[in-house]
Design a binder for this molecule. Sequence first.
Ligand SMILES: Nc1ncnc2c1ncn2[C@@H]1O[C@H](COP(=O)(O)OP(=O)(O)O)[C@@H](O)[C@H]1O
Ligand SMILES: [Mg+2]
Length: 400
Amino acid sequence: MDALAKKIKKNLQLRLTVINKDGVVVAEGYKDKKSMNNHLYRPEIMQANKQDIGIAIRHSHTLNKDMLYVAKKIAIKNRILYIRVAKELKGIYHEFLNLSLKISAVLILFFIFLFVISYKIHTQIQYETDKIVTFLKALTKKDKPKYITSSYSQEFALITSLLTKVSKILIKKEKQQEKYTQKLQNSNKQKDDIISAISHEFKNPIAIVNGYSQTLLEDENINPNIRKKFLTKIHNNGTKLSELIDTLRLSMKLDGETQSIQTQKTNLYELAEETIQTLQLTYPRKHIIIEGDKRVIIDVDKTLFGVVISNLIENALKYSEDEVIVKISARTFEVIDTGIGINKKDLENITQKFYRVHQNSWNNSLGLGLFLVNRITALHHFSLKISSKVNEGSTFTVAF
Ligand SMILES: Nc1ncnc2c1ncn2[C@@H]1O[C@H](COP(=O)(O)OP(=O)(O)O)[C@@H](O)[C@H]1O
Ligand SMILES: [Mg+2]
């Protein structure tokens, strides 16, 4: 046992002492056990006796050093023994200090590491949130950003993808709103134009009727020739007013999708001749040439198709200086002029209701003529083709 105690001393720098139940030292690593006193009343042995384990810090007279003693009571084959180990306190303090320094260093490193990591996380989150705030601010402005992305974390990726969706919806809504406002403005302007066009068209004939009738009322002894001239003017302008109202009413009627027509077999040449005769009264100085097949018979609503013929020829008369040619064949009805022509952009819109080419004179122009022509030809399942060149002239073709 002494040899074991010595070995422990050598390898572990621990003092091992084995004491029997009477306090006699049975083994000892540091000193000759025979020279040692009875150990029964050593505090650690007394405590171990009572509680199995005893601990004491005290001065060792044997070694003349402050020591830490730990004793354990054990029983081997009914023999009670106390195994006691002792270690110099100075060594323990030293080791403890060493250990605490090491722990502190590790802790400090750990906290520095934590600080660096959390600082990095903080700056990254700050950067991401700043980005989102800037994006949100920009969303309230007119030029909205289209998208925002973040690959920092799943949450940020989700937030930014949702924000991109929100931005897309907002941009779409804004575009729709702009379109709607533009449409509203256009339609308001169109309405204003229509009202001024209608009032303009009505104003002239009404002024003529009022003026001449007033003169006739005021002067009873007016020359019969002049009276007849004035009355003719009044009659003509009354007719013009009634025609204007007819045109407005007809275009309102034909505006609906479901309009039925009453067709009958009609000699196209004769219908065109009748219409030309009436027009010639209004345009006595203009020359209208009619040519083609005199026997063509087509199935049409006579009154409505008369409106088509009349409008096409009247346009040709209004928008050209030279003669107008009307051509009739079994498949087509054509009105050809060598007038001012129509540019490409206007050609696309010319059959719209109330559409007029602005440079043209306002007189006798409501912009309804070609709308009626288009609607009536469609009701007959005919097609309308317009070919025109600016300053060269136009050809309007109705194909049956
Ligand atoms: N033969 C033509 N030559 C040149 N321009 C024409 C001709 N026919 C129609 N247009 C243009 O098309 C517009 C629309 O014609 P229309 O619907 O008949 O209305 P309106 O004759 O009452 O002005 C006219 O304002 C005119 O500018
Ligand atoms: Mg017209």
